[in-house]
Design a binder for this molecule. Structure first.
Ligand SMILES: Cc1cc2nc3c(=O)[nH]c(=O)nc-3n(C[C@H](O)[C@H](O)[C@H](O)COP(=O)(O)OP(=O)(O)OC[C@H]3O[C@@H](n4cnc5c(N)ncnc54)[C@H](O)[C@@H]3O)c2cc1C
Length: 532
């Protein structure tokens, strides 16, 4: 008899959500997390005394409302605080400041272009429609068009009918989103450079692509699909940092009976006669289970933990070809005061939303040019938030934390190693911010620099990819993480995948964890008391 019905590898939010659903269906579930703290890339850590950093992910929008509801996450401590707007300072002393109030944003955009102010509302409506079209796909096990399985065919038909029912305009938009670059797509709507640059930024997050690379328009949509309290496209901060989301998932899982062990790394998945039967821990302990569900990426899961001897050659090849190509870093700051932007001085409400260093499309593309040739951007795209303004619990009174998400920080450097250039990368980020907010250097009390190598070493993210694999079209839907294996199953019987490397991909979304739990329960029978 096995020790557990299911062992979940990894205590990030997807692993915890996966475990919670399985335990609620009566399974005996164990979660094993390598780090000392739960959350994976959705984690809060008090890196410096009193300063709580959302070390990796920093804003939330994609977390599926059905998960919040079903796991009753607010009762377990989840609270999402709205993040209002995006402020983009410009080198010429002007700025662009979009907020959630449509009338104000319209007036602000009209300052730059009347035509764009008109187009902005239309664009918003079109993207919401596109988001609605894609929404049911998020909760679905992706049907594989190459199989003739009746259930898959039914799902494909459902998708084809939905597409058919779209107005022609939306059909064209959908196809354009799937094929174009973010900038080409936005060029069709807008003329203001800074507006296009800031909007296109969502298209490159976590990819090794530039705003002018085909395929990035889809990533725009991926970031548009989030909703908070039913409002599409809204982003928020989690009270207590993004780690509080994971802790709420962990509390829901524990309430359902899940056992969670931290500082417990899995070194091998035990495979006998083509089926997973348990895991070996780094300390040598051996735990058995009827099902193993891995929330870590396919490189770690298959090449390191399973071993290619247990896998079909073609599948191993696909896993080796799965693209990671980490391109992002983080600089987290503990501040003694607020940054003062030359273009809009003072501690105004513009500091409460996102602050984007994305002054022009050329600037964004040049940042990518550096990365293409193996160096971090000399002038990077930076997305900043100051959560302590909305949630004072994350910093001592009178001080602040500022989270700076940076692109590009290519995992593969042409010269030197990330350990050698880590601090100079941090300096470049501060120098860039100082061009817009010159007081920044004088107000930093502590600084934490997170490189793609740190993401790989500390969080197990291969090549530092923030989404456990690029969100590019050839790695999405029925192709994620490998053609033919997008249904959370793997070539090893009783081994499942439940993390961001599976459909519908990365972000604090929870959908992979929930979808995989549904898959496991369907495959092994949902009888509440029965062992799987
Ligand atoms: C720098 C950065 C910024 C981001 N910004 C945002 C953002 O603002 N908003 C957003 O929505 N998304 C953001 N993301 C993406 C998002 O955080 C991730 O997609 C998501 O958190 C992944 O969740 P997961 O549970 O699938 O995997 P992970 O969070 O990767 O969890 C996997 C877990 O497995 C553990 N593990 C690894 N190996 C082992 C082992 N051998 N044994 C046991 N445990 C193991 C890891 O320690 C980790 O805890 C960001 C990610 C990063 C890295």
């Amino acid at each position: 008899m096995s020790n557990f019905d299911v062992i979940v590898i990894g205590g990030g939010h997807n692993g915890l959500i996966n475990a919670a659903y399985l335990a609620r269906a009566g399974r005996k579930v164990l979660v094993l997390e390598r780090r000392h703290v739960l959350g994976g890339a959705a984690v809060t850590e008090e890196v410096f005394p009193g300063f709580k950093f959302s070390v990796c992910s920093y804003v939330v929008s994609l977390l599926r409302p059905e998960i919040i509801r079903e796991l009753d996450l607010p009762r377990h401590g989840l609270e999402i605080l709205p993040l209002d707007g995006t402020f983009t300072p410009m080198p010429n002393g002007d700025y662009l400041w979009r907020v959630n109030d449509h009338a104000r944003t319209r007036r602000e955009i009209a300052r730059h272009s009347r035509l764009d102010a008109e187009a902005y509302a239309e664009y918003g409506k079109a993207m919401v429609e596109m988001g609605r079209f894609v929404k049911p796909i998020l909760a679905m096990t992706p049907p594989d068009p190459t199989t003739l399985e009746p259930r898959g065919l039914k799902d494909l038909l459902f998708l084809a009918r939905r597409f058919q029912a779209l107005p022609d305009e939306d059909k064209y938009n959908q196809i354009q989103l799937m094929t174009m670059s973010a900038v080409d797509f936005l060029d069709q709507w807008f003329e203001t450079d800074v507006l296009k640059a800031t909007m296109s930024a969502s298209g490159i997050i976590g990819t090794f692509l530039g705003v002018r690379s085909p395929g990035t328009a889809y990533v725009l949509l991926h970031h548009y699909m989030g909703e908070i309290d039913g409002a599409f496209r809204s982003w928020g901060l989690s009270r207590g940092g993004t780690g509080a989301i994971s802790l709420a998932c962990a509390a829901a899982a524990k309430e359902a009976g899940v056992e969670i062990r931290t500082e417990t790394a899995v070194s091998r998945i035990i495979v006998k006669e083509g089926a997973a039967v348990g895991v070996v821990l780094e300390n040598g302990d051996y735990l058995t289970a009827n099902v193993v569900s891995s929330s870590v990426d396919p490189h770690q899961t298959f090449l390191k933990m399973v071993g290619t001897e247990h896998l079909p050659e073609e599948f191993t090849g696909d896993v080796r070809r799965f693209k990671f190509r980490g391109s992002s870093g983080k600089v987290n700051l503990a501040l003694e005061a607020l940054p003062d932007f030359t273009s809009l001085p003072g501690a105004g409400p513009h500091l409460r939303g996102a602050i984007s260093i994305s002054p022009s499309v050329d600037y964004m593309e040049r940042a990518y040019d550096d990365a293409k040739y193996g160096r971090y951007s000399r002038r990077p795209y930076i997305d900043m938030v100051i959560p302590s303004l909305t949630d004072p619990s994350v910093a001592p009174p009178g001080t602040h934390v500022m989270s700076c998400f940076v692109q590009y920080a290519p995992y593969h450097l042409k010269q030197g190693s990330w350990d050698e250039v880590k601090e100079s990368f941090g300096d470049t980020v501060i120098d860039t911010i100082a061009e817009y907010a010159p007081n920044i250097r004088n107000i930093i009390r502590h600084r934490q620099v997170v490189t793609p190598l740190d993401l790989e070493r500390e969080w197990g993210l291969t090549e530092g990819n923030i989404f456990q694999g690029e969100l590019t079209l050839e790695q999405l839907f029925f192709l994620r993480p490998a053609p033919g294996w997008a249904r959370y199953r793997t070539p090893v019987r009783n081994l499942y995948m439940c993390g961001s490397a599976t459909h519908p991909g990365g972000g604090i979304m929870g959908a992979p964890g929930r979808n995989a739990a549904m898959r496991i329960l369907k495959d092994v029978g949902a009888g509440a008391a029965a062992r799987v």
